[in-house]
Design a protein around this ligand. Sequence first.
Ligand code: FAD
Ligand code: 2HG
Ligand code: ZN
Length: 492
Amino acid sequence: HTSDRYPDLKRDSRFAALTSEHVAFFKELLGETGVIDAVTNAAAQDDVEPFNGDWMRKYRGHGQLVLRPGSTEEVSKVLKYCNDHRLAVVPQGGNTGLVGGSVPVFDEVVISMARMQTIRSFDNVSGTLVVDAGVVLEAADTYLAERGYLFPLDLGAKGSCHIGGNISTNAGGLRLLRYGSLHGTVLGVEAVLPDGTVVDDLCKLRKNNTGYDLKQLFIGAEGTLGIVTGVSIACPQRPAAVNVAFLGLSSYEQALRAFREAKSQLSEILSAFELMDAGSQNIVRTVRPDARRPLDGEHDFYCLIETSGSNAEHDTAKLEAFLEDVMGKEIVEDGVVAQDETQVKALWTWREGITECLGHLGGVYKYDVSIPLPELYQLVEDTRVQLESKGLIGDGDEFPAAKVVGYGHMGDANLHLNIAVRRYDEAVEKALEPFVYEWISKRQGSISAEHGLGLAKKKFIGYSRNDTLVGLMKQIKNTFDPNGIMNPYKYI
Ligand code: FAD
Ligand code: 2HG
Ligand code: ZN
């Protein structure tokens, strides 16, 4: 049958429908606590529903069975059974993904990694951490903090997302500028293929050039090749001093100049450079009226700069000198430096809180894109004009779209274009797609910088990857998953 929500998609008839016999096998294997079963017990559908809907409440599937394996061996037995019986599956971590990749489309079996939460080992000389895939990012970072180390990835969803989910989306986050991408920091991956084979590449070495680096394929695979069950990762020393400055600027051009100055003046201690436009900050103000604003005046753009170093006095002096310099040169209109850890956290909430606050208007169309820096913000302005020209955006309830805002990881040339809408509307979607993707493709940008493709961008991979590359991806997919049971209907 065709999905009611996604009329272009049809359930793949190669996949079997779940039966009580399948469920009995899983209960025998995982025990009652390892299975949430609405196949044989309709009353359990309410318990399954949270696994069917995504964080944005935009995508919803029709899954009836959630499996919660507690070990790599159980994942292996579950997948082998699913593969032998042609049962399609969707791996799920913290379910915070923003492209609809972590929930079923039809009746795929959800394999939740939430029970695999063991920190397996930590070497306090090299900083190598080995964890189960289901460890929550914040829990890993807290564990590391107690030992003087830091997880080299940080993002707004840290309280819920799993490290396995971070690896599977190749999440970028707030400090990629400093600590680099997971493709560099991940040292090893343990994963299970659909036929049950355990791929043990849980290397703990920084250097290992022995043949193809196959673990890289799982980083960003979005659950289409196998299930990541374990990860080893190189963690840096936790910086003794973290400082944050919040700047108000009059234009995007001035933000570019400020970034240039930050790189040259703060160089080795610069750990984040984030951009926010006035629209994104106004939304946070509206949703959180009691939060103390970092700056009193109104500015068209704001930047958050973070430094991380080993000497608080030195770093503070550097950041304050930087602020004085850019204000003297009239690059920055106003700025403030956090005076203590509470203020550091408070300033970050004005950046990290945008995603959650945006959702309060109704719905959001999200475009997570990379664009060469000189033109990065132009996309926001051109998108606004595009919606205005079609009469789809305005202040009254009669307009489906309310706001077009842009913010993101300017230090990595990664823009988050968000269109907050009062309701999801086909006319808005048609005005945005493929408009946004064509705009990016013309500038050799990427249509997916850090969130992945999932279901949201399934049709648009061709705007950033040519036919040869997509062809090779399909061959890899067929080698790992010849029956196509891993996260079907999504990007490949
Ligand atoms: P899920 O959402 O559960 O899954 C994501 C994908 O990975 C799905 O395709 C799923 O099938 C697959 N998957 C999950 N676990 C496994 C596994 N063990 N093996 C195989 N496949 C698996 N992203 C950024 O890059 N940078 C940010 O700054 C950022 N900030 C965010 C802020 C907020 C408030 C939110 C809600 C999201 C943000 N994200 C960000 C999106 C980001 O993709 C996720 O937060 C995170 O990486 C996903 O982890 P998860 O455990 O929730 O994965
Ligand atoms: C961020 O950087 C996340 O805050 C989410 O990647 C971006 O909501 C978004 O578009
Ligand atoms: Zn981001």
